[in-house]
Ligand binder design. Structure first.
Ligand SMILES: C[S@@+](CC[C@H](N)C(=O)[O-])C[C@H]1O[C@@H](n2cnc3c(N)ncnc32)[C@H](O)[C@@H]1O
Length: 214
């Protein structure tokens, strides 16, 4: 008997090794789950684009609201609100598999979502008419990037173009009067939260009898 330790190492044929490797490839867990790309924060906040992501809980609550309001087979437009789109696609909100959603965004990093991504610049509020049919969304949720009359007025033009009726607007409480004038929305009691604290009081507004009102 040889004292060489090599003799103790079992050897496998190249064919067996290849078969074993194939087995491991098929059975081992992927390092990321398929839903990771839809996690809120999968795309990092960039303050230069006024990006402040909702907390995971708020994104889920807003996603639940739009699913409930869109109904079976409903279409949802998330305008400058990518976290809600992500939450709808993450597979964690009941009924989200029975609606469809798109994300209208200025940040082209969200083009990772393929055909669901529609480039959107509020400065050109109706530039999307070539690609999107009018009044084709059951619920339009929007979170304009800036607290200015100019920005909200232009986003409101987009909302009116997209909406069949139901509008959920998320913006600063100071926009209440203008939001009412432009979109006939009421301020909700529901308090949306963000991952980072904002300087301004932030609220949701709806133009339909929502659970978020009380
Ligand atoms: C205040 S954040 C709202 C994000 C929301 N809280 C969320 O978690 O999904 C404003 C959004 O407007 C987008 N944005 C920035 N500049 C824009 C522009 N010129 N036109 C349209 N959207 C813009 C940002 O990328 C960002 O997603």
């Amino acid at each position: 008997m040889s004292d060489s330790s090599d003799d103790d190492v079992p050897t496998l044929s190249a064919h067996t090794l290849a078969a074993l490797q194939e087995f491991y490839n098929e059975t081992s867990e992927p390092s990321t789950t398929p839903s990771d790309q839809f996690a809120v924060g999968a795309v990092e906040e960039d303050w230069r684009m006024s990006q402040f992501w909702y907390s995971d809980e708020t994104a889920a609550q807003l996603a639940e609201e739009v699913v409930r309001e869109a109904g079976e087979g409903g279409r949802i437009a998330c305008v400058s609100a990518p976290s809600v789109y992500q939450k709808l696609k993450q597979g964690v909100v009941e009924g989200s598999d029975r609606v469809s959603a798109v994300v209208l965004e200025y940040d082209r990093r969200f083009a990772i979502y393929g055909d669901d991504f529609i480039f959107y610049d509020y400065n050109e509020p109706l530039s999307l008419v070539a690609n999107v049919a009018p009044q084709s969304f059951d619920v339009v949720l929007a979170d304009p990037p800036y607290l200015s009359e100019e920005c909200l007025s232009k986003v409101a033009e987009t909302i009116k173009y997209l909406s069949k009726g139901k509008v959920l607007l998320c913006t600063g409480a100071i926009m209440e009067k203008l939001a009412k004038d432009l979109l006939d929305v009421k301020m909700c009691s529901f308090l949306p939260k963000h991952n980072r604290s904002l300087n301004n009081e932030f609220r949701c507004f709806v133009n339909y009898p929502s659970r978020l009102l009380s």
